[in-house]
Design a protein around this ligand. Sequence first.
Ligand code: ADP
Ligand code: MG
Ligand code: MG
Length: 924
Amino acid sequence: MTKYVYSFGSKKTDGRADMKNLLGGKGANLAEMSLLGIPVPAGFTITTDCCNDCFFNKSRFPQGMEEQVQKALKAVENEMGMKYGDPDNCLLISCRSGARSSMPGMMETVLNIGLCSRTIPGLIKRTGNERFVYDSYRRLITMYSDVVMEKAEGIEPQEGKGIRAQLERIMDELKKSKGYKNDTELTVSDLKYLCSEYTKKIKQVLGSPFPDDHMKQLWGGIGAVFKSWNGKKAAAYRRIEGIPDSWGTATNVQAMVFGNMGETSATGVAFTRNPATGENKFYGEWLPNAQGEDVVAGIRTPNPINEATKMEQNRHLPSLEKAMPKLYKQLHEIERKLEKHYSDMQDIEFTIQEGKLYMLQTRVGKRTGTAALNMAMDMLKEKLINEPAAVMRLKPEQLDELLHPIVDPAAEKNAAIIARGLPAGPGGANGHIVFKAEDAVEWEKKGKKVILVREETNPEDVAGMRAAEGILTARGGMTSHAALVARGWGKCCIVGAGAIHVDSISKKMTVNGKTYREGDVLTLNGTKGYVYEGRLNMIDATENVNFKAFMKLVDRQRRLGVRANADTPADAATARNFGAEGIGLFRTEHMFYGENSEKPLFLLRQMILSSTLEERKSALDKLFPHVKSNIKATMKVMQGLPVTFRLLDPPLHEFIPQDEPQQKELAESLGIDVKEVVRRGELLHEVNPMMGHRGVRLGITYPEVSEMQIRAIFEAAAELIKEKIKAMPEIMIPVTCDVNEIKVQKKIIERNYKEVITKFNLKKIDYLTGTMIEIPRACLLADKMAEEAQFFSFGTNDLTQMGFGFSRDDIGAFLPGYLDKKILKADPFQTIDQEGIGQLIEMGVTKGRSTKKDLKVGICGEQGGEPASVKFCFKVGLNYVSCSPYRVPIARLAAAQASIEGAAVSKKPVKKAPSKKKAAAKKK
Ligand code: ADP
Ligand code: MG
Ligand code: MG
């Protein structure tokens, strides 16, 4: 017979903290607290398996479960000295949800179950507190009708029409007519009146009566908690957090204790340390004469738990420390014990019933990134945890918070959101809105902070994007141009805010009928995707002394290298600052965009539109010094750390000017007609440019284009060496699908190498030649590719595009649907598709190293800074990941955690091979 029910309490406890999968977090920790001798009202947990079996059984409880519940209930009755449904001495219970990982507020709980006409008179007699009984009763009716009779039945009322809202309206009207401010002012007769009005309303709205039967209430409560797993809220939350639907929730049935029995009773929630700042002080809130959710629900302003954590707004309120010193001391001791036992900050719930303290919940507390960092470092100093544990305490994404200025959460609380979009670039920004990239540049020059608002951005906007504090677009997804660029720079960015209508011609935008013009001020929260009107206060999160110390710990645990994708000296400097160990991707074409690009771009265009080899060579000669100085400046910043230069990658037509004045200028310089410029531009047009004339294919058709870049790389390195500055260039050939492509380019590389060392009279320049691996064929033939390449770098953007056959510029039309319908688990352009594309990567690594054992392998796609992808790269044996500079710390942390997790796995006894002695003994 399956065991569905696990008891907890002072007499008999079946569960433990490490049984979260079966008992849910709440149940496992209630069991653990019982085992620690902490006062917990007795109860039992019905397993998550039972939840899943119920769904499988079309909502019927599985066989044997009901008897087990009856038996466990008996044990609770014995321990509490009361009996469920007994007219003279009734036990009341709560039914509480609790999944493996906490889903705050997403599932349901019902309190005071067991109150009915059979038990009410006896309870009044026993407690001598009629007010308390009717207060509990009206709460039961409210919660039960909402959770069991409405939500669990799948009824979806309109906004404000839910039964709970309707009942609360009755109470509000009563309070208003009597002039009460607080619920505590309600008298016995008020509460009686409410209970009878409530039951009438329920019958009228839901069509069935509130059950006046304790057994019906019990089974209804248990079933409803299970069903709340499939409630709308919970399902949506799981989608966001990536929690599988198959986990299910447990139901905890627990003896009620009452914080609403008068002034010697109370309820509260607390954290063993401050969850916002990490400060090592017991921190929390409490209310006298209150039950359960009152503290969090904001019905009354809660009181501070102690004197040390009082703040301006609650200084006048009584602390538990002063009001109930003995109980506070006991709570404080329990709180210390729990934190020590779990070696982590705990989030606890407690209730005091007539001077006796009970613990109702403990769990590892959620915290901000700043708090997580400060706590990890403090706990390490306190020797509560060791170094690897400290490194595991921050989620890599939480580092984001520490690297960008953020909108002050206090200011955000009171501000109205005018639009929502996708959180493409983290952090916060405020400033005057402008609608054109040029305007952003202009305004910034005048010292004004601006937000660039566009329908969507394109490469021509980059200068304006750079100049802006934040970027807001009405269209586009997480991998849209704006999003990629913003993330690369660590810039606050919201994309796809569909409610916004942008009119860049008359320089205004409208949202829900309201118009905003150039110069108006907006605030963006790029971490959440919220847009606010006006200027909200910003706070700088980087000034944390613990950050550097923490990153030192991280690097001590880390074995995977971390580089950055950077194309300018400024980006390179940022990357080094964040701890990059080299540049894994320098895009040559980047020097033709943005600031100071006019001249080189003009020369590049001349080169592209040349019709003869002579014309092209003369343009390339003029372009050469620009390319060389750009390359040199970046290598100089990197001081001998490796820099991977990717030869020209994009299709050439991307650079062709579309506006007349520029076409005209170009025509003049080439001595041809404007029409001819247009015609030559049109010749470059491709049906499918992503798979067209780009990457190494350019270098095959126009070897002189490769030659110019290669020459620039070697001469830049040579000049640096002459200046006694170390240089370590790595030349990377993009978009290859065959080893012969590498061979052809390598000839050019080797010839130029020889010429340059002769010219500069050098013995050698340290350099490597390698290739991107971004076409599936290159993975299949990786053993051949490795014959000529000294390193591979997986270009996972293209590899994903070509592996899936998804054009990454067009996924907006179908990928959201794929995610909604759960055809794909995640956007493969954001996190490596380990199942599919991952196989190509593994194959590439294995085959490549079968030819060259010491083949260096890295990744330079967008996913290189995404924690799950970083962990995957470590697992398949890559040497390094490369990502945008602002993601370097995140990648470092993810890499360190991958090492720690890897070590933990390999320590598992199951994996250990039997020792030789034992094996030998067995043979005998
Ligand atoms: P959530 O997971 O939403 O916090 P809980 O199951 O913890 O829901 O319960 C909601 C509130 O009711 C909490 O404040 C909790 O402490 C309180 N509560 C739950 N069960 C009992 C009980 N048996 N006695 C007293 N209070 C309870
Ligand atoms: Mg709770
Ligand atoms: Mg590519």
